[in-house]
Write a protein that binds this ligand. Structure first.
Ligand SMILES: Cc1cc2nc3c(=O)[nH]c(=O)nc-3n(C[C@H](O)[C@H](O)[C@H](O)COP(=O)(O)O)c2cc1C
Length: 183
């Protein structure tokens, strides 16, 4: 069984990215167990807090979830042509303390997708993740891209992708990432 962790980088209840994450959970290939999580409960990074109190429980849970995964799918919103600060903050916390970072990130398979109501579907946010994932020494999947634009019209009332072609696209993307994760 291949285990993939999907993380939505939005805290919004009606988040398009969290919806896309749940669509992904239902479209993974056979033999994949998929866990969906959000960054809810992760405090703002403050080294004084880390020094005084150590790693907060929500961050430990995130680190444990990443460590348990063969592959990690970041589902990122785009804010001001980059990734949202709250999502970067969560990954920054997960890279602490430095002695743990390699065990969490180094060599782990990562991929990034995203949804936005605009016409460019998070392309700049996805690009903004590249130096971060490079710095953390992840094994980043570059052979697929999935940018869900016009997200306001993309989902039906049940939260599924309304367009069968978009469903197929996500399914193909997940099949490609799974093959990469399985090596
Ligand atoms: C501060 C801020 C900046 C934004 N900048 C962009 C942007 O650069 N590109 C874009 O496509 N959408 C931008 N948006 C719109 C978001 O894509 C939209 O709010 C989206 O719904 C966020 O993802 P979510 O639905 O998963 O929460 C921005 C939204 C906020 C709040």
């Amino acid at each position: 069984m291949t285990h993939i962790l999907g993380i939505s980088g939005s805290l919004r209840k009606a988040s398009f990215n969290t919806r896309l994450l749940h669509c992904a959970a239902s479209l993974v290939p056979d033999g994949v167990s998929f866990t969906a999580m959000t960054i809810e409960g992760i405090p703002l990074y403050n080294q004084d807090v880390e020094d005084a109190e150590g790693i907060p429980p929500a961050v430990t849970a995130l680190k444990d979830a990443i460590r348990a995964a063969d592959g990690v799918l970041l589902v990122t919103p785009e804010y001001n042509n980059s990734m949202p600060g709250v999502f970067k903050n969560a990954i920054d916390w997960a890279s602490r303390p430095p002695r743990d970072s390699a065990g969490v990130f180094r060599g782990r398979k990562f991929a990034v997708i995203g949804a936005s109501p605009g016409g460019f579907g998070t392309i700049l946010s996805q690009n903004a993740w590249l130096p971060v994932l490079r710095t953390l020494e992840t094994d980043y999947w570059t052979s697929g891209r999935l940018m869900l634009s016009r997200a306001g019209q993309a989902f039906d009332a049940d939260g599924h992708l309304a367009d069968p072609e978009q469903q197929e696209q996500l399914k193909r993307y997940l099949a490609g990432f799974t093959a990469f994760v399985r090596g």
